[in-house]
Design a protein around this ligand. Sequence first.
Ligand SMILES: [Zn+2]
Length: 240
Amino acid sequence: MLKFCLVIDSERFISFGQINPRWNSWDKIKGKINSVVKRFRYNYDGFNIIYRSVLENKFPATFMLVGKFFKPINSPDFIDWGYHTHNHLPLTLLDDEKVKREIKNIYKAKSFCPPLWMVESERNPNRIFKMLEKESYKRVIYKGEDREHANKNNFAINPLIRRGKLDLIHVSNTFEGNSSKKYMSLLFKDIADNLEKDAVYCVCTHDFTHKNSHNLLKLISFLRRLERDKKIKISNVKNV
Ligand SMILES: [Zn+2]
């Protein structure tokens, strides 16, 4: 049976001030415009909308917290508090000392999501994983090998991938609070098309794109229907 998990990267507007190392010059211009209009287009407090919705629906979810802004809240067990580093920097481009500071497991989290999914560099694939192991993380969100400045990542629907003492969970898809109706239908279709797989379907989203709970609630009710029909098992990252 297909397993499903929802990951929410909780980072407010931190990425707007940062240059994504994979951007070309056109992307950089778009990034600057986005940063100027961020208060209109996005929601600094999107976290609250998502947190309230998953709590009300008792929906298992993993919040990956940027430590600079967030700390875990007392919550039921279906909420998993993971870590998304302290300052949201691309780990594969930092030296060991900086990586250590960024990933320090201050909340004793089991789950970890690397910013920009940059965790396995081509030149030194195990470096960051080894350091994550030392910090006692167990589960890491993964999007394939990373060629640093080249965008080589991909979506996949895989079983857990064992890497040393870690389990990697491959990102299967993403959606945002402002994704279109058509985009959401394609996401639902993709989930429905893969129900027979003995694998994990991992969907990631970002807190700051959610101005309302519309897309999230649609996703939750779609998945609950599949769950009632015993076609899917929903859990958080820690328990998947
Ligand atoms: Zn992020």
